[in-house]
Design a protein around this ligand. Structure first.
Ligand SMILES: Nc1nc2c(c(=O)[nH]1)N[C@H]1C(S)=C(S)[C@@H](COP(=O)(O)OP(=O)(O)OC[C@H]3O[C@@H](n4cnc5c(N)ncnc54)[C@H](O)[C@@H]3O)O[C@H]1N2
Ligand code: MOO
Length: 408
């Protein structure tokens, strides 16, 4: 059986970014750029004042504290038609272009204005040229390479693109992912379960996990445990970039998912990983025309925590790859944390166990919670994430450093 790391390598190497599309800036938050960007302009576009005060000639300050004559006023958005000559100053606001003749700005707090004589007295006797002035192109030069491909578009990147006048950019789009729950025992959340039935809780969970991961979820409801219904709904699911099924992948009589997928030319790449929960996970792909990427299918084990954990580890990695992340940055995010209590790990499957975390004395600490296994979703609601316990039948001592996988 594959190890978790082997399975992750396979998932990551089998997925590639979707074809880039052009999007309005407002619809690109958090996505990766699919183009390089050079600046078409200088920033700032003109020498500008960084303080409210007076635009002056630094040469006027070479002898003693000067008294300068006020000849005008300039607010941001205005361009002065006046020139500052020796012995003169212009009142200037932050963001306004420096007027001709001036080469420095003295901030308002270091001055006193005499409105009767229209003169400014300065409480500073030496200034350098360029004081409180941001020069044209000092932050960004015209033609300068600003963003490489695969830059993540956070709020500040979006604002820099807006400054450069990019209204639309090429990005790697989020995948549309179909979610299909399988099982004769399932009823929709709105329904009251009859004898032997349970509500389809995996759908709402997987849809929200997809949304949090930046993908576009498309819930397809429930497929019954018969070939015809499964086939029809899986075919519908295969019209999306990715399909996530839950249930029907272990060894039961009605675990038909792998064989129906195979009949639809979805090739099995692996089935089963040495892990708990989530051992029966199924991963496959259906080839498309040569110029199009294959369709990816995950068959997640039906037990709710198995579905959730397999999503966190494998589906998220796949999603990140489709959205442009490279193999390394697509791997599950983990943090080093210290165990607060002894923990007995029973069995031989590496196990993701729900834990609470706290920040104490400058370190992350994790405490394993009381949890009944892969059906116990409620046991995860107090957890902040999971820790991976790998050594078979082993007591992990308090103080051991661990990989903690936060849930978000
Ligand atoms: N003989 C064996 N039996 C099982 C094995 C095995 O290796 N050999 N593996 C066990 C493990 S581990 C898991 S995990 C489960 C996974 O089984 P399936 O993926 O086939 O899932 P189902 O049997 O369909 O369902 C399991 C469990 O989860 C409930 N379920 C299913 N779908 C949903 C849903 N959408 N919302 C809420 N709950 C759901 C279902 O009712 C079952 O209780 O198999 C073990 N068996
Ligand atoms: O792997 Mo199953 O998810 O142990 O219950």
């Amino acid at each position: 059986m594959l190890s978790i790391d082997e399975a992750l390598d396979i998932v990551s190497s089998r997925l590639a970014p979707l074809t880039p599309v052009e999007r309005h800036l407002h619809d690109t938050q958090g996505l990766l750029l699919a183009q390089t960007i050079s600046s078409p302009l200088n920033s700032p576009p003109f020498d500008k004042a960084c303080m409210d005060g007076y635009a002056v000639r630094s040469a006027d300050f070479e002898q003693d504290k000067p008294v300068l004559k006020l000849i005008g006023e300039l607010t941001a958005g205005q361009v002065s038609s006046q020139k500052v000559n020796p012995g003169e100053a212009i009142r200037i606001m932050t963001g306004a272009p420096i007027p001709a003749g001036a080469d420095a700005v003295v901030q308002h707090e270091l001055t006193e204005f005499n409105k009767h004589s229209n003169e400014i007295v300065f409480k500073i006797d030496e200034i350098r040229a360029g004081l409180n002035v941001l020069n044209r192109g000092e932050i960004m030069r015209e033609g300068e390479a600003v963003f490489t491909e695969k830059t993540r578009l956070r709020p500040q990147e979006l604002a820099v693109l807006a400054e450069m006048g990019f209204v639309k950019v090429q990005i790697f789009p989020p995948p549309r992912v179909a979610v299909l729950a399988t099982g004769d025992e399932l009823v929709a959340v709105e329904e009251t379960p009859g004898p032997g039935q349970i509500r389809n809780t995996n759908e709402v969970m997987l849809v929200e996990q997809l949304r949090q991961a930046g993908a576009i979820p498309v819930p397809l409801g429930i497929a019954r445990d018969n070939r015809d219904d499964l086939q029809a709904k899986i075919e519908l699911g295969l019209q999306h970039d990715m399909l996530i099924l839950s249930g029907g992948v272990s060894a039961g009589k009605l675990d038909l998912v792998p064989s129906v997928l195979e009949s639809l030319d979805v090739q099995e790449i692996f089935h089963k990983v040495q892990m708990k929960p989530g051992k029966p996970i199924w991963f496959g792909q259906q080839n498309q025309a040569s110029d199009r990427p294959p369709k990816t299918v995950f068959g997640l084990p039906g037990n709710p925590v198995s579905s959730m954990v397999c999503f966190e580890i494998f589906v998220k990695t796949a999603l990140r790859r489709t959205m442009g992340d490279d193999a390394l940055s697509s791997l599950p995010i983990m943090v080093c944390a210290r165990l607060t209590h002894d923990h007995l790990h029973k069995g031989d499957r590496p196990t993701y166990w729900p834990v609470q975390f706290e920040l104490a004395e400058g370190e992350v600490r994790i405490t394993p919670l009381d949890w009944r296994g892969s059906s116990d979703l409620k046991g995860t609601v107090l957890a902040d994430g999971m820790a991976l316990f790998s050594k078979p039948d082993f007591v992990y001592k308090a103080g051991t450093i661990f990989n903690f996988y936060p849930w978000k």
